[in-house]
Write a protein that binds this ligand. Structure first.
Ligand SMILES: Nc1nc2c(ncn2[C@@H]2O[C@H](COP(=O)(O)OP(=O)(O)OP(=O)(O)O)[C@@H](O)[C@H]2O)c(=O)[nH]1
Ligand SMILES: [Mg+2]
Length: 193
């Protein structure tokens, strides 16, 4: 079974922990409500795992390191080293968090010495929009990576963003592709809105 490690980066309060919890815990309980999730939110480093089907094949997604200060210290560097793929998260209702996305990407590229698979993720899709899909799409296009918009409140696109990143990682790793594959979201032009 493929196993990928994903790191979630983004400014304080964009919903990094909520994304990890929504993805990891929703797998076994579709009834999971928002409040119980957020009671469990902790502003610290936590690790989560979930097995998902990606194009008909099981895949384990291991989520590591969730932090908000954007400093490339030793701990952050180690986590980036361990991670195969990255979610660069901002809040669609906060320009300040959008403005920090580029810095997080640079931190990853600097630490890795290469450009790993990434997805730019605009979270809090249920809130009033300050960042348009167009400008976020321009940023993602400049990075050469997909854009997704999510809400951990409604769960919209949350699973999909992890599955799409896992697919990108599998394709990057050069693994064999299943014959029945129907992948509409392959490649870097994918925009999930
Ligand atoms: N409306 C709405 N609120 C959200 C969403 N995702 C997260 N939140 C809220 O945003 C706040 C911050 O969420 P966290 O998941 O703790 O954010 P974080 O990025 O992990 O924050 P730090 O670890 O402090 O950097 C919480 O009050 C959540 O309830 C969302 O999709 N919609
Ligand atoms: Mg957090």
């Amino acid at each position: 079974m493929d196993s990928f490690t994903v790191a979630i980066l983004g400014a304080y309060g964009v919903g990094k922990t909520a994304l990890a919890l929504r993805f990891a815990l929703n797998s076994h309980n579709g009834e999971l409500q928002l409040r119980p999730i957020y009671r469990r939110v902790q502003p610290t480093v936590r690790e989560y795992r979930r097995k998902v089907m990606v194009d008909g094949r099981r895949c384990e997604v291991h989520i590591i390191q969730i932090w908000g200060d954007g400093k490339l210290d030793g701990r952050a560097g180690l986590c980036i080293e361990r991670a195969h793929g990255f979610l660069l998260v901002y809040s669609i209702s906060s320009r300040a968090t959008f403005n920090q996305v580029e810095g997080f990407r640079q931190m990853v590229v600097r630490a890795k010495g290469s450009i790993p698979p990434m997805i730019v993720v605009g979270n809090k899709l249920d809130e009033e929009r300050e960042i348009t899909v167009e400008e976020a799409g321009e940023l993602a296009a400049r990075f050469g990576c997909p854009l997704a918009e999510t809400s951990t409140l409604t769960a919209e696109n949350v699973n999909r963003v992890f599955v799409d990143l896992a697919r990108m990682l599998r394709n990057t790793a050069g693994g064999p592709e299943p014959v029945d594959r129907k992948n509409k979201h392959k490649g870097t032009s994918c925009v999930i809105v």
